[in-house]
Design a protein around this ligand. Structure first.
Ligand code: DSN
Length: 436
């Protein structure tokens, strides 16, 4: 897909003042990188982002990552560093920790994990010994690779037992999970998913964990913003440990975080992040996390999260009206898993993803429960509303969005149809600039 290219595209993309200055500065310092960054800004500006795990950060969150804090080593924790010159790094990390605790109403936060998978590595190391059993939803049913996929650290060093979804409702079957927990005696039970569109009953999970003497670990990476604002119920006080990314519905910089309420577990978590699994923290990213948490504490962020869910519900209804089947029948959160087969039995997720990208809609193919097709093909699409809601799309825009999706998929990616839709989306996007 071609976009208005290089510096022209940056100028026409309504970027904030600092981004334009950055591109101007880079154009003389490193024109190759400047051109690619400007093109990516144009791509984001001229397309609609429906990848459920992505978002558009504020200019404040973005530019904090480009600050002087990137120059510093700060191994250790506030007040206990292995390097001199860390006074402001202590202040910034403490600020991020305090805001995280306030946001999630918990007592301990570690803001150093570089990503969600790193947060999960540290949590596994804190709660289990290698060879212990973890009970989780496999990736093919909507779980995450760091919850036990064989080639991942989790599947390599731990014994993984799966729970599944109810084959009819495609929802979590808590009675079945309890039976599997009793039979497998896990040390850790994981809840929290990458492609599950329904609310999670954290209290029920904790009751199961208590019954078998397991720790409950909630990976709320996808729904963190919704949990922080009460749009989804909180994992606290139920989960022993909560892991998350900071860049999905929470709308912060790319990164991870671990939360808990237990002082003994918190000490172990800190040790397993550093020195257990990471070296120097990314202090420029931690500063940006602090900015994002500050934004998330504002009342406007709760309204944003409500709108994310309202948009998802309306998009799901509009797609259902057009003959698509939504796994579980719909959504309670920011995402939906669309089974393409009832609309067209030959349509694959891979083809739909490719055609939609040509037309200016970005999303990802996704296996549906018991998908007969392989993971690189799939019978489904995962669609999410966090990024388009940030840009300002509301429920009233969902019929048009569903119509574009259906027009492109219904045409089987016809080049002329994709070109027409792409032009319409490009015009439409001008009303909804990236945050600036
Ligand atoms: N890769 C992320 C997602 O898209 O859901 C999870 O880490």
């Amino acid at each position: 897909m071609d976009f208005e290219s290089s510096s022209d595209s940056a100028q026409s993309t309504e970027l904030d003042h600092l981004s334009l200055s950055l591109i101007a500065m880079l154009t003389s310092a490193d024109p190759d990188v400047a051109r690619i960054i400007a093109d990516e800004a144009a791509r984001q500006s001229q397309t609609l982002e429906l990848i459920a795990s992505e978002n558009h950060v504020s200019a404040a969150v973005m530019h904090t990552m480009g600050s002087w804090l990137t120059n510093k080593y700060a191994e250790g924790y506030p007040g206990k560093r292995y390097y001199g010159g860390c006074q402001y790094h202590d202040q910034i990390e403490n600020l991020a920790i305090d805001r995280a605790k306030k946001l999630f109403s918990c007592q301990f936060a570690n803001v150093q994990p570089h990503c969600g998978a790193n947060a999960n590595i540290a949590a596994f190391m804190a709660l289990m010994n290698p060879g212990d059993t973890v009970l989780s939803l496999p990736i093919k049913s909507g779980g995450h690779l760091s919850h036990g996929l064989k080639p991942n650290f989790s599947g390599t060093f731990y014994k993984v037992v799966d729970y599944g979804l109810d084959p009819v409702t495609e929802r979590l079957d808590y009675d079945e999970i309890e039976k599997i927990a009793i039979a497998s005696n896990p040390k850790v039970i994981i809840c929290g998913y990458s492609a599950y569109s329904r609310a999670i009953d954290f209290a029920r999970f904790r009751a199961i964990a208590d019954k078998v003497g397991a720790y409950l670990m909630a990976d709320i990476a996808h729904i963190a913003g919704l949990c922080a604002t009460g749009v989804h119920s909180s994992p606290f006080p139920h989960a022993h440990v909560v892991t998350t990314t900071t860049h999905k519905t929470l709308r912060g910089p790319r990164g991870g975080m671990i939360l808990c309420n237990d002082a003994e577990i918190a000490v172990k978590l800190d040790r397993k992040v550093f020195p257990g699994s990471q070296g120097g923290p990314l202090m420029h990213v931690i500063a940006s996390k602090a900015v994002a948490f500050g934004e998330a504490l504002e009342p406007s962020f709760a309204l944003y999260c409500e709108r994310v869910v309202r948009n998802a519900r309306e998009l799901a209804a509009q797609l259902t009206n057009r003959g698509y089947r939504l796994c579980t029948g719909g959504t309670d959160n920011h995402l939906m898993l669309v089974d393409l087969r009832p609309r067209d039995s030959e349509l694959t997720g891979a083809d739909a993803e490719k055609w939609l990208e040509t037309a200016g809609i970005i999303c990802n193919k996704n296996g549906i429960p018991n998908d007969p097709r392989p993971p690189m093909v799939t019978s489904g699409l995962r669609l999410g509303t966090p990024a388009i809601t940030t840009r300002g799309l509301r429920e009233v825009h969902m019929p048009q969005l569903a119509q574009w999706l259906d027009t492109v998929m219904g045409s089987k990616g016809d080049a002329s149809v994709c070109r027409t839709v792409r032009g319409e989306i490009r015009t439409f996007c001008r009303q909804f600039p990236l945050p600036h």
